[in-house]
Design a protein around this ligand. Sequence first.
Ligand code: NAD
Length: 259
Amino acid sequence: MDFGIKGRKAIVCGASRGLGRAVAEALAEEGADLVLNARGAEDLERAAAEIRERFGVNVKTITGDLTTQEGCAAIKNLCPQTDILINNAGGPPAGDWRGFEREDWANAANSNMIGPIFLMRAYLDGMAERGFGRIVNIASIVVKMPKEILSLSVAARLGLTGAVKAIAPSVAEHNVTINNVLPELFDTDRLRSNLTTLGAKHGRTLEEEIAAHLEIIPASRLGKPQELGATCAFLCSQHAGFITGQSILLDGGFYPGLF
Ligand code: NAD
């Protein structure tokens, strides 16, 4: 299937590794030109060079924190218009909700709700004027399965997905879509680091902790970042113009509910 996005411009945030990097590769495979963002210059430049070499697309980079006003402005300055926007940043820390201060809640809201909302705001009208736009926010399964230990993430990501549901209809007639993907247990650096910490608490090695988690995942394996990348690329394709305002789970069957 031709996704119909060859030569389209795509901004991918948090693209130096993990899920963001996988989405960048999937879009590059479909021939999209990329603007990649992450906070660390060295890893970002390495990722950009590898993607240019492998897929032969144009790749620009912008180092910065998308959760800050300056970071958003820098992305907009380098790239005044785009056809595709992938909002992605690191998740907030886990912990006892009583231990979090106002600043922690504000930081979580900035990274996983307000930053993405302001980047959407920066590009939505231009997308609507040109009659094509695709935005995908990488969120988390906690939107459907809140967990106390991830209360910061739950609050911020529910805010984002709620805002998306409210905003998406306003641009749908212009062939602009906004969707969220909700991953769980994808094999990335972040997941391995989280499971190492959790394993230490349970007196287990990383491998033992992964095995314990796989017992409750019907697919009996971790997700491959490439699978999430391909799903996002499809949501950005010309074929997905009728899918908008959705929050789509990618969890190997873990979520037990129907809706
Ligand atoms: P990761 O740590 O492997 O990669 C995160 C990427 O984002 C890196 O390139 C990092 O440099 C970049 N980044 C982080 N904060 C940034 C910021 N403020 N501005 C710009 N770039 C930033 O993480 P991952 O596993 O790929 O996760 C991506 C997102 O998906 C996170 O929000 C995470 O909480 C969420 N998530 C992941 C899983 C999973 O199974 N991996 C599950 C649920 C939710």
